[in-house]
Design a binder for this molecule. Sequence first.
Ligand code: HGY
Ligand code: MN
Ligand code: MN
Length: 426
Amino acid sequence: MDYSAIKINERRLRRDLEDLGRFGEEPDGGILRPALSDADLKAREWFKGRMREAGLSVREDAVANIIGRLDPPSGAEGLPCIATGSHSDAVLHGGKYDGAAGLCCGLEAIRAIQRSGLPIHCPLELIVFTDEEGGHYAGTFGSRAMFDLLVEGEIYKSRGAGSPFLAQSLERMGKDPAQYARAVRSPSEFRAFLELHIEQGPVLDSLGIPVGVVEGIVAIDRHLIEVKGKAGHAGTTPMRLRDDALVKAAGIITAVNRAVRALGNEIVGTIGEMKVYPGAFNIIPGRVEMTLDLRSMKKPLLKKARGKIREILRSVPGARLTTALSKDGSRMDRRIMELIEESCRRRGISWKRMSSGAGHDAMTFPAQGIPTGMIFIPCGEGKSHCPEESIRWEDAATGAQILADTIVRIAFSAGMKSTLRKTFAR
Ligand code: HGY
Ligand code: MN
Ligand code: MN
């Protein structure tokens, strides 16, 4: 097989990344592009155009996942596809490459495969998943909806007063939210799923290694902690008569942090969001809502942490914890990891096996029995989820090359079987 025919065009890839980064761009170089916001909708429309220019057919499903597809000229009805993809939405004041790198490198990889003329008979898909960051409620929404994994009534839940829920955003796009189940697909439609993503950590950048071969993705528990107190006048209520929800919440935050640290360094816990109600300088806080994000490669550790945290809350009158979502960690497919490594070896590219402390849509696929792999590329000093997020264009091109080569290797690998048929149109 002549893999040298698969040529990534770094200049075109760089232009796509720069253009995508303009949607929701902020003066400090970060982006404000929450899922299905105006900025995200514009980014999606632009990306659909780029997919069409590359010859992919483009459709949008009932929950706004965008599915670009390239069928070989001989047609591929009923043949499972090899899919790649990621997300266009970003965290608040986030970086330009989280999600975007996987979309643009995925598109460039498919272009390069198509133009290579290599005889693979296999449909290829490039998917833009809706709301990976959980801007509405819980993350990896689009991929979970695709496999019927939403929590009861999820599209009508929001993360708190003022933020939209998905049904509203879908309606705003002219979709009927009640039809969300039409997005469900059978796992048998997929032969494999591969996601390229920035590492969002410092390992590859600090070691100067261009490719990370992901072995597994963390398990994630997302809890909501509510603390009730008594609102009152900030001037006339003596300190000894107060039931201040925020003071109680402050005690919980430090106790939770201490408890998670005491469980060792294979678990992380973050209280990243807090809302104080009613929320005025002259009212004693009557209620506080906080989000607690717990992650570990070892699911039993999350359970242990939840137990410790429930104990802490039992000692605080008016405090309670509800679990918004619990995601199992996922193991990547050994055969796909080996094919990614083979692609690196053949191109003389160094790589490192590693796990992902970040969640991704790729974590949804393994439990569906779909062989799944992830390719990491370095990001500057590991910074992510902040305006300083950066990549080197050559790393994006290397990642796209390894992605393209691996897709072709999967298409030919007996284990995930494929048949040699017509070549792609040039
Ligand atoms: O939260 C995460 O790990 C991912 O960036 N959505
Ligand atoms: Mn992210
Ligand atoms: Mn991401």
